[in-house]
Write a protein that binds this ligand. Structure first.
Ligand SMILES: [Zn+2]
Ligand SMILES: [Zn+2]
Length: 252
């Protein structure tokens, strides 16, 4: 099983998870052309995609979903609420709700509801039956029920959206600061590091920090926060960025 990131941040998100000839793309926040380009860099043709899973209706997650699915006949799975929230409807292969599991080729998907200012945002744990990859972005807070769904992971991609101090001192208007930092917004570096500490990280092969704000965070601040909280090796932490995402990582 392996995973890669097309890009991560408020300008567009996309994460690929693969096992054998099964390829699942979670979110497609880029234009069709940009998605094709980024997939090609990872050695994947769009027609190889087995499914697109959508986490929620914000543009940085859905921008290219409709075109990609129509052009290449890729089935789309999302929550009923996410479909309601979409500005342009897409053809849906199936609905997912919190707690649902879905088999797609060699992979099994489990959906978890998160707190975010969207209609029915879901995040996903994906397994090949042996290894578990979890992704967790676009959430303002978490509780023990969510942590339960993310037990026993071998790799985790987690949002480290902003630094509390940079957000407070920055130029965002007050309403936006409240939105981003609120319980329906995004995890800051400390919240994300604490979440991972609570979850336990000693068995993780990969820990990837994602969805970093270009205005309210810096990769070295996010890293340092995790190093301070977890006591982990700074070189072990990985950051998926907006421009280049993250190249394939093998989950052994
Ligand atoms: Zn987002
Ligand atoms: Zn969002």
């Amino acid at each position: 099983m392996r995973f890669a990131v097309l890009g991560s941040g408020s300008q567009g998100n996309g994460t690929l998870i693969a096992s054998g000839d099964t390829f699942i793309l979670v979110d497609c926040g880029f234009s069709l052309r940009e998605t094709e380009r980024r997939l090609a860099l990872l050695g994947v043709a769009p027609a190889q995609l087995s499914a697109v899973l959508v986490t929620h209706e914000h543009a940085d997650h859905v921008h290219g979903v409709g075109l990609l699915s129509r052009r290449y006949n890729v089935p789309v799975y999302l929550s009923q609420g996410t479909l309601r929230g979409l500005r342009k409807p897409v053809e849906v292969a199936g609905f997912l709700a919190c707690g649902d599991t879905l088999n797609i080729g060699a992979l099994q998907v489990s959906a978890a509801r998160v707190e975010h200012d969207a209609h029915e945002p879901l995040q996903y744990v994906i397994s090949d039956g042996r290894r578990r990859f979890g992704m967790l972005t676009d959430l303002g807070c978490y509780d023990s029920r969510l942590l339960e769904r993310y037990q026993g992971l071998d790799a985790l991609l987690i949002e480290a959206n902003h630094c509390r101090d940079l957000l407070a001192r920055g130029h965002y208007p007050r309403f936006l600061k409240l939105r981003v930092g609120g319980s329906q917004g995004h995890l800051n570096n400390h919240q994300a590091a604490n979440l991972v500490a609570e979850l336990g990280w000693q068995h993780l092969q990969h820990l990837v920090l994602a969805h970093l704000s270009s205005k309210n965070n810096l990769p070295h601040l996010a890293r340092q926060c995790f190093v301070d909280t977890l006591g982990c090796d700074p070189d072990w932490l990985q950051v998926a960025n907006q421009e280049h995402g993250l190249d394939w990582r093998e989950i052994a």
